[in-house]
Design a protein around this ligand. Sequence first.
Ligand code: BGC
Length: 712
Amino acid sequence: MRLKDSVLEDNPHWYRDAVIYQVHIKAFADSNADGIGDFRGLTGKLDYLQQLGVTALWLLPFYPSPQRDDGYDIADYYDVNPNYNTLREFKQFLRAAHRRGLRVITELVLNHTSDQHPWFQRARKAKQGSAHRDFYVWSDTPEKYRDARIIFRDFESSNWTWDPVAKANYWHRFYSHQPDLNFDNPKVQAEMLKVIDFWMGLGVDGVRLDAVPYLYEREGTNCENLPETHTFLKKLRAHLDERFKNRLLLSEANQWPEDAAAYFGDGDESNMAFHFPLMPRMFMAIEMEDRFPIVDILDQTPAIPEGCQWAIFLRNHDELTLEMVTDEERDYMYRVYAADPRARINLGIRRRLAPLMKNNRRKIELMNVLLFSMPGTPIIYYGDEIGMGDNYYLGDRNGVRTPMQWNQDRNAGFSQSSPQRLFLPVIIEAEYHYESINVENQERNPSSLLWWMRRTIAMRKNFKAFGCGSLEILPSDNPKVLTFIRSHKDEKILVVINLSRFTQTVTVDLSRYAGMFPEEVFSRNRFPIIQESRYHFTMGQYDYFWFVLRSTEARREPCDEEYLKLKLAEGHPWWDVVNGKAGERFCSFVLPLYLQRVFWFCGKGRVISQITILESCQLKQNDQLFLLTFIKVAYTEWDPEVYLLPLAWISNERLQNVKERYPLEIITPLSLGDIDGFLCDAAYFEEFRELLMKMIHERTKVTGEPVLIWLA
Ligand code: BGC
């Protein structure tokens, strides 16, 4: 069943262009003043998320659970934790998200359950060797699978725990209250397929496969990434594809690039997988002021099958994991980012992005630019878009899971409950106090981080190359500056990132793009044309550029002549041509040149960013057809202006006559190759004044905006 009123595009690869927002139901917005966020609260905040520009939401586990691992200890796969409302509100939320074009990704925790799950309760009492008992992994001795590492090493000393009821040890890769399911048991596999069918049937767009490398255990291995796991994933994917359209499997495999890439299979396992090793290397690069860690890990990252995509992130709900770094690198990361040992947990650092960047706005922006420029789909962790702080004195990883800060009211506007009842206290440390770091404050200030995030996300979405393009590192002479090209078909984005706290110059080899010019995407400022020689940039501290490389060829050749000729030969009226594809080029290349030559144009000397034809109508006078157009001229640093521009098309034969009738200097011929076109100044259309005024009047009525008219 698909939700009827969704506006989602029918696109099996939607996740490649997505911008994902990771959100915890309990931490986002509380609708019923019980101190815990819920689905109604989240639904009420969808406008905010839509305005941020994200296109998909990843929800942390929201199922009934004893909450000893923040919901990753599931006690019932088919329901909603009563603290977060009911299935009904979940469905309403899903429908509301889809109506806004937002996809929804949920958690499929398949490796383990809570020890409170009825399957475990049944298993521990069931007869040894029975199918029910075999839902989990049991052993008489805790000596089996000794090569498997302990993941939660601050909390657990073994992957086995003795169960006095079963009188046997059960296997768990995480907390001892999270027994691992036994995927060797076909009944377990069948149950998981039923679970996925249930949520997909409700319309969920994708699932994150939690802790997927650990599904199987085999003696003599580290019990990670086993071939059996990949066989099961292929089965899961085939099952999903057979029943549902446009759905996503996202693997959480905290592994080295080769092993993580294996979760794509041959394009027949998960569609996406997290790129864990890239994350700490972005943090290393900015602290070391050196591009090496990033370049090196990208170098080690294999190509991935068609249609697949990496999921990339800076921070999430867990510790900043340092499992995929060397011992020296880990020491370095601890030294620079977690000098206080209390900020460390397991093999990682329990802090949010802003405190990790010492609240340096330039560094926060630079890290986000890195995230948005790297190959993959970016995931933003809730609260990081406003630079929220953390509190590592709260237990476990709770310091990065505190209530979202909406405004300066009680409980940061998150909940109407008594502050004592909140699931976790709000951040009150002076530098990150919710009275100053909150959505409302930042919405009011266009210079805030929130507005910067909105603008940057919106800009990223203009270019396919970021989501779907290849990445080519460009050699340069300054290791503190990272330079690369993202390309997709004809689109080329040049990214230049200064990782240093000082001003830098960099010389890049762009000779392959000689003849093109870089246009900075935010200002649309054009930089000098790229020559055969090396190209030079000067950059401020933690500075960045996104340039789109534009072809100068297109500028030299003002109109798509072949296209025009063809269209005319086919009998299309020429104004259709001006409105169509050639019209775009007409506006981009012909009009800017023309406008510089007419005396009535006020924008001489300003940089035109765009010209658009707002409206046009045809007029006929003595067999001659004219087009009256309103053109809007937008500038990079000036308010836009609207001009009235009559256009006429005159054939070669008539050219002579026209020249005789009108003095040459006030008719501006355009070079369109073999075809002669003319743009005629308004002075010759005095006769049409009455009609013009009517048009203007009509237009003003419709838009309510004043129209600036220039009749030369
Ligand atoms: C989740 C953690 C969780 C663990 C055990 C991880 O993948 O991200 O938050 O504690 O799985 O379920």
